[in-house]
Design a protein around this ligand. Structure first.
Ligand code: C2E
Ligand code: MG
Ligand code: MG
Ligand code: MG
Length: 299
């Protein structure tokens, strides 16, 4: 009857409500805990950097690496950035974390410029918040320039990776910040290209040096595939605009060959190496060079 039906609806409504609030509450608690733990992680220095090699596809030389953050959590072990960077961005803690990443990467690139190559360059990931000067924090691109100068190295030792989100929110000040980086000789790469909504016009207007083709285009790369057509088009367009191209997520020899034949400038992915500790990188670098020399002498 009607009374019963209303009672059921109310009841299930209440249950649903109960369910949602409880789930939301749990999520909120997890988030608050995570943010609290991130704060502790900053003061306890629980972060580590890994370095993934970036290979010059034409010469097979390796003079670049991307710094990728890991959180060595006291209970959870090694935590990947996808598990905490979004919260770090929402809470603003990513600003302080970025300062640590920057300082650490600077020390490492200084070392590798001595031991591996005087041109060695490390790419550092950044968040849009770093470019937001309206919130009056001090962790801006100007701060990076200051840190680079203090470390006594050239701007060319660092490559700043920005995302399309930053460009979507492009304001005059973002443009100003990018110009300052350019004046300091710091190169800029547009990360995960093709996944956002950035207009091609930005590529021309802003001072960007590299496009990083997102992994999703590289994953299913086959001869005669649509993705190969897309990759080719991106590479041709980038070269026309004077940009170099880095392909992300190369996992197979075939992907490597296809991109190399498409005149892609650089490649990065598990086919060459995963993100390595600094010591692991040194070892890998030595092995890779030897392997490459062996290949050459076979021809
Ligand atoms: P990203 O900048 O696009 O970095 C590339 C990601 O792809 C890395 O994941 C890398 O390990 C992974 N990858 C590289 N090659 C392959 C491959 O061949 N196959 C597959 N399946 N994956 C591959 P990771 O280290 O988990 O980083 C994820 C994201 O977290 C990064 O994406 C970047 O957006 C963010 N991130 C990492 N470190 C930092 C940081 O220090 N600061 C900020 N703000 N974000 C960071
Ligand atoms: Mg990146
Ligand atoms: Mg990327
Ligand atoms: Mg990516």
């Amino acid at each position: 009857n009607a009374d019963q039906a209303m009672y059921d609806a109310k009841d299930s409504g209440r249950n649903t409500m109960h369910y949602f609030t409880r789930q939301m509450q749990e999520q909120a608690v997890t988030r608050v805990n995570l943010v609290k733990q991130l704060r502790e992680a900053i003061s306890n220095k629980e972060f580590e950097l890994r370095y993934q090699p970036i290979v010059d596809l034409q010469s097979m030389a390796v003079c670049r690496a991307e710094a990728l953050i890991r959180w060595n959590h006291p209970q959870r072990g090694l935590v990947y950035p996808d598990q905490f960077i979004p919260e770090a961005e929402e809470s603003g803690l990513v600003l302080e974390i970025g300062e640590w990443v920057f300082t650490e990467a600077l020390q490492q690139v200084k070392a590798w410029r001595n031991t591996l190559s005087p041109d060695f360059q490390i790419s550092v990931n950044t968040s849009p918040a770093h470019f937001d000067t309206s919130s009056a924090h001090s962790y801006t691109p100007e701060r990076w320039i200051h840190l680079i100068n203090s470390a006594g190295i050239c701007g060319s030792a660092i490559n700043i990776e920005i995302t399309e989100h930053l460009l979507m929110e492009t304001r005059a000040e973002t443009k100003q910040q990018l110009l300052k980086l350019r004046d300091a000789n710091i190169q800029v790469a547009l990360d995960d290209f093709g996944t956002g909504y950035s207009s091609l016009a930005y590529l021309n207007q802003l001072d960007i040096d590299y496009l990083k083709i997102d992994r999703s285009f590289v994953q299913n790369l086959q001869p005669d595939s649509n993705d190969l057509v897309l990759c080719n088009a991106i590479i041709v367009m980038a070269h026309t605009l004077g940009l170099k191209v880095i392909a992300e997520g190369i996992e197979t020899e075939q992907q490597h060959q296809l991109l190399r034949n498409a005149a892609c400038d650089y490649g990065q992915g598990f086919f060459y190496a995963k993100a390595l500790t600094a010591d692991g990188f040194d070892q890998w670098h030595q092995d890779f060079q030897t392997r490459d020399k062996l290949c050459e002498s076979e021809h």
